[in-house]
Design a protein around this ligand. Structure first.
Ligand SMILES: Cc1cc2nc3c(=O)[nH]c(=O)nc-3n(C[C@H](O)[C@H](O)[C@H](O)COP(=O)(O)O)c2cc1C
Length: 327
């Protein structure tokens, strides 16, 4: 670990601020690196269940659920697992699978009915969208550019739970084209969210940067399944789903490390973060920020708890900021 903390800085307290788009004229300055991951913001992905005492302005940013060009109902139930074993949830020591299937009202209704409501929250919002065509990515960016309530766009190039969902994130060329199509239609910061199951993550991340991405988000869920040997059935209506939670953490951590050595843009680490120490692991691996996903399914207060624990870790480590850390 490289420590460049002066005693004066320590006396002034902790500075967790981070800019996820330092090369973009709009910048994407967050008060701290703890964000809420797409699809896990409240019970519906758009904040249902978030109460007044949960101050979203205390978090770095929120990424509400992905919008697609047209409305999507999602996959057959059950759409996520576990539905039992609640006693193990506190430890996070459990299998998290989902196959929601990008349930959303579509970008048009989203921009009309959903995102304007975000203006009233004291938060930094990042819009997420997915598509199965380069042209539609461009069109969505153009529509979104007129919308309000958000400061940046995360491209979900990597959903394993819809047909062709990972099409883009599995191809360097399509990744570059999708990002470039969005770049051509908006000057807001772009984060490219990539898939874990690719042979060469560095190649895909470089393509995203070449296309104009300001930051890389790593990673989405990993294709996975689970069979209940009592019912002799798979636990998801879609049969397969995406693995998130603790099992994903070491995989994503390695991707973050590899990509951080290869590209010169900020990286957002995602996968199995249930504690401040997990967040610190990602920052030590090269991430500038982190997103909390499955932990929100255990308790909606998880990001605030994790932020407090990250600050504890900084104090214990004698750090006043998170810049320049590495293993
Ligand atoms: C229930 C659920 C819904 C999700 N929906 C989305 C989504 O709409 N868009 C997206 O980019 N990622 C989605 N994800 C993936 C998460 O944003 C995150 O990348 C993944 O869960 C890994 O982080 P975690 O291990 O902290 O959950 C979803 C994950 C879960 C568990």
């Amino acid at each position: 670990m490289v420590r460049e903390t002066s005693s004066t800085e320590s006396a002034q307290g902790l500075d967790l601020s981070v800019d996820l788009a330092p090369n973009n004229p709009h910048h994407l300055r967050l008060v701290n690196p703890v964000m809420i991951a797409s699809g896990t913001f409240g019970y519906d992905g758009y904040g249902r269940g978030i109460t007044e005492d949960m101050d979203l302005g205390e978090l770095g940013a929120v990424v509400p659920k992905t919008f697609t060009p047209s409305p999507r109902e999602g996959n057959p139930e059950p759409r996520w697992y576990p539905t039992s074993y609640r006693e193990a949830w506190d430890t996070g020591d459990i299998l998290f699978l989902n196959a929601i299937g990008l349930t959303n009202p579509g970008i048009e209704a989203g921009l009309k009915d959903v995102t304007p409501g975000w203006d009233r929250w004291n938060a930094t919002y990042i819009l997420s969208f997915a598509s199965d065509s380069v042209e539609q990515f461009g069109e969505m960016a153009s529509m979104a550019d007129k919308g309000t309530g958000y400061q940046a766009i995360e491209l979900n190039l990597s959903c394993p739970n819809v047909a062709d969902g990972s099409l883009f994130g599995h191809s360097a060329s399509l990744t570059a084209q999708a990002v470039a199509a969005v770049r051509a239609n908006t000057d807001r910061p772009i984060l490219a969210k990539l898939a874990p199951n690719v042979p060469n993550i560095v190649e895909i991340a470089r393509a995203a940067v070449d296309g104009g991405a300001d930051a890389i988000s790593l990673c989405n869920t990993m294709p996975a399944m689970h069979i209940d040997t009592q019912t002799c059935q798979t636990v998801l209506g879609n049969i397969t789903g995406g693995l998130s939670g603790p099992g994903l953490r070491p995989i994503s951590l390695a991707l973050v490390y590899q990509v951080s050595k290869a590209v010169d843009v900020p990286i957002v680490g995602i996968g199995g973060i249930f504690s401040g120490e997990h967040a610190a692991e990602y920052i030590l691996a090269g991430a500038s920020a982190v997103q909390i996903g499955s932990a929100n399914l255990v308790g909606l207060n998880a990001p605030w708890r994790i932020l407090a624990e990250l600050k504890d870790w900084m104090r214990q480590s004698g750090l006043s900021n998170l810049q320049g850390l590495s293993i």
